[in-house]
Design a protein around this ligand. Structure first.
Ligand SMILES: O=C(O)CCC(=O)C(=O)O
Length: 458
């Protein structure tokens, strides 16, 4: 080895050592940076908590806790909202829910004071003072009955309770709960301020009795539209039921209500119920709706279920089903959509809607070239212990899901115009799980099977 080669080797070695040294230093810096970030974020959240608590003590009558809401996991919030939806739809009182004695359910799971408080807090975060009051009152009731609270204390519950009552315009009741709070904690700064504020309002408010009445009415209907009120009413079975007409011998039972034509049939495809579920278990995804503005598929709070599509070639039974639907309805099913299987868990629902694409709406059906959804075949693949009916809000009909039955209706008049009497919905499941499948039959292919009428509504 020459002298210059030895020198070169030494230089290379030095270079490698230097590189190693720099890498180690950089690694250490990265580690240090991570630790510092971790500590800074931790400190920041502590400072934020202190600042919020301080702001809270300054607050006069508000309970500005919006930042706490970031601590609520989104799943808890979603579950809490679903529970309140069930509570409204089925007019369940908080005690029934809290004790877990739900209709159709044999297992009893009860809620603790803290659970009730959490539900109230989710409602509070949505400025839903109606449910805040209900759940805080339930938490208080359970405390009064001697339940030991985990994290919550009576003062905090009373504060939320009185504030939500105040927000609903019932100052006198809010005042009474504030007084009760002050008996427990006479130095409570915000409650003392609120007390003065409520007393002041009451001295002025006597003349507002009528306004108060109006507020109460508004609160009771919770700003619901007639359509949604009807939906809830029918979900509770306060309408014309259909199930009592169904006979278990494949007999079609017809009910002609205005222009809507229903048939609930025992088709006894138990095979599809079992195989369909098996085939789809891993394919189910959150169901989507068409955004009428963009024409694109999107998820929506008013449709809560999981669904997937089954192609006819995936199992011989699917072919049989298509044939059978075609035979029963007399319609051409070769242009129909694939079978959509849907599963609704507890609280799962689909609020009132039409299956057909409406005029002026951008809808995906146009792309397929097979026309609008002329008819719907809805197949019940499971029984549902409580809730989960299909309801027709315009004609006031409730169809209870019975495994092995199907319901069929035309969405369009023979003229091709949409029939607005077909507005329908899937009620929230109260207990159990609901499985259905839909076959949407299209206009193309029906030209000689269902001839056009001369009038729009023929
Ligand atoms: O599940 C139901 O009862 C109704 C389903 C429905 O309306 C739909 O998927 O369009």
């Amino acid at each position: 080895m020459t002298h210059s080669q030895v020198l070169q080797l030494q230089t290379d070695q030095h270079f490698l050592f230097a590189l190693l040294g720099v890498s180690c230093v950089m690694l250490l810096w990265c580690l240090l940076f991570t630790v510092v970030c971790y500590v800074v974020i931790g400190l920041f959240s502590v400072v934020l908590t202190v600042v919020i608590s301080f702001i809270n003590t300054l607050g006069v009558i508000f309970l500005p806790h919006p930042v706490w809401l970031f601590w609520h996991s989104s799943q808890r919030r979603t579950a809490a909202k679903a529970l309140m939806r069930l509570q409204d739809t089925y007019q369940l009182d908080t005690n029934t829910i809290s004790t877990g004695e739900l209709p159709g359910s044999s297992s009893v799971a009860s809620l603790t004071v803290d659970d009730c408080f959490d539900l109230g807090k989710v409602a509070y975060s949505e400025a839903d003072y109606y449910h805040t009051e209900l759940w805080m009152a339930q938490a208080l009731k359970q405390l009064d009955q001697g339940e030991t609270p985990g994290l919550m204390d009576t003062v905090t519950i009373l504060e939320y309770l009185s504030y939500s009552i105040y927000q609903q315009g019932e100052v006198e009741r809010a005042l009474n709960f504030t007084k009760r709070l002050l008996e427990l904690d006479p130095t409570h700064q915000r409650a003392n301020m609120n007390l003065k504020h409520y007393e002041y309002l009451l001295s002025e408010q006597k003349v507002e009795a009528m306004e108060e009445d109006e507020r109460r009415q508004k609160r009771e209907s919770r700003g619901q539209t007639d359509d949604l009120l009807k939906y809830e009413q029918l979900c509770r079975g306060e309408g014309t039921g259909m199930s009592e007409f169904v006979s278990p011998k494949n007999v079609c039972i017809l009910l002609q209500t205005f222009n809507v034509f229903f048939v609930q049939i025992y088709v006894s495809f138990t095979e599809i119920s079992e195989k369909g579920r098996f085939l789809l278990y891993h394919r189910l995804r959150r169901a989507t709706v068409h955004d009428p503005q963009t024409g694109k598929l999107t998820t929506a709070h008013y449709r809560v279920s999981k669904s997937a599509w089954l192609k006819a070639y995936e199992h011989p039974v699917l072919d049989k089903i298509n044939q059978r639907i075609g035979d029963i309805t007399g319609l051409d099913v070769t242009t129909a959509e694939d079978l959509q299987v849907a599963n609704y868990g507890i609280g799962g629902q689909y609020e009132p809607h039409f299956d057909f694409g409406q005029k002026g709406e951008l809808y995906a059906f146009e792309e397929s070239g097979t026309g609008n959804r002329i008819a719907t075949w809805l197949f019940y693949m499971s029984d549902v212990p409580a809730g989960g009916a299909t309801v027709f809000t315009k004609v006031g009909v409730t169809v209870w899901p019975i495994k092995g039955t199907a319901v069929f209706w035309y969405n369009l008049y023979p003229s091709g115009e949409g029939d607005y009497q077909t507005r329908h919905a899937a009620c929230p499941v109260l207990v159990g799980s609901k499985w259905v499948s839909n076959k949407w039959i299209r206009e193309r292919g029906q030209e000689f099977r269902r001839r056009c009428g001369l009038q729009e509504t023929d």
